[in-house]
Design a protein around this ligand. Structure first.
Ligand code: SF4
Ligand code: SF4
Length: 290
């Protein structure tokens, strides 16, 4: 059973546009280690996808409670911080996955998240924040591939979707997987990290999905009043009100404006840094009656 895009457009991610010339010595040295790791993990997920498509599955395969428990345990051992489960919504699949080359997905999704370093993000839009974004693209990319390998070793089909680019709108899938809610800047806001995580996904042909035990997150009232990310975005890329498409999918960002600045700064992250759910944290804001 394969799922395909219903026409959601995505933007080309040009990997060679990331400019590390602004990085000073030690950061430049770190970037030289991190960037090849991103490329290597993207290549592996592309290769694995091609192999998957040689023998796409016919039917869904039954998955036991124990199988899902093993997946969660393995994810933790790979230092994945967030895990949630949801059926794949075809409305959220992009027409083109320019980085990973993925066109088809399986029935269900395992959404994964990894925290970015609090202090590095506080430096946004300066190089340490950008480098941290790249570091998590690499770390989560490698971990996603390893988890997909583990799933295959258990006899299931799995497609690893890299955190950089990706074939599907990750924050919206993460909301479906009950990991959090979507902020004004289009990022996932979670209880643990606010907007301070990167996301990836594994598409899997296993069913039924495990029960979702993630606690509910409520941010809409606070977000409506706050609007800090809209105000502080250096290039005014965040829409005051999201554009709602015919299929109900919301566009919150002018991606042309955002991407140019994102490349220039190698990862911007201002809309993460300015968000009170990053700075102060969900629990404290909630306690203050958000
Ligand atoms: S900065 Fe404010 S408006 Fe923007 S996502 Fe965070 S809470 Fe919502
Ligand atoms: S990443 Fe930077 S440029 Fe893009 S929306 Fe956020 S603050 Fe604006």
């Amino acid at each position: 059973m394969l799922k395909i895009s219903k026409g959601l457009r995505s933007k080309i991610i040009e990997l060679d546009k990331f400019d590390i010339s602004l990085f000073e010595e030690d950061l430049a040295e770190k970037a030289k280690m991190i960037i090849p790791k991103i490329f290597k993990s993207v290549k592996k997920s592309r290769r694995d996808y091609k192999n998957e498509m040689k023998t796409p599955p016919g039917d869904l395969k039954h998955a036991t409670k124990e199988f899902w428990e093993e997946i969660i345990k393995k994810a933790k051992s790979l230092r994945i911080d967030l895990i949630g489960f949801a059926p794949i919504d075809e409305n959220l699949i992009f027409e083109n996955d320019y980085v990973g080359g993925i066109q088809f997905l399986y029935e269900n999704g395992i959404v994964l998240g990894m925290e970015m370093d609090y202090y590095a993000i506080n430096s946004a839009p300066n190089p340490p924040a950008g480098l941290e974004s790249l570091r998590i693209y690499a770390e989560l990319g490698v971990a996603t591939n390893k988890l997909a390998d583990f799933i295959r070793s258990k006899g299931h089909k799995a497609i690893a979707c890299h955190p950089l680019g990706g074939p599907i709108l990750y924050p919206a899938m993460a909301v479906k997987a009950k990991l959090g809610k979507m902020g004004k800047q289009g990022l996932l806001i979670t209880k643990k990290f606010g907007p301070r995580q990167r996301l990836s996904m594994i598409a899997i042909n296993a069913d039924p999905l495990p029960e979702n035990t993630n606690e509910d997150v409520e941010i809409s009232e606070y977000c409506e009043k706050c609007r800090r990310c809209i105000h502080f975005c250096p290039v005014n890329a965040i829409y005051d009100e999201p554009i709602v498409k015919h299929n109900g999918i919301k566009t919150r960002i002018d991606s042309d404006k955002c991407f140019e600045y994102f490349y220039e700064t190698t990862g911007c992250s201002v809309c993460i840094e300015t968000c009170p759910f990053h700075k102060i944290g969900y629990e404290v804001l909630y306690y203050r009656q958000i």
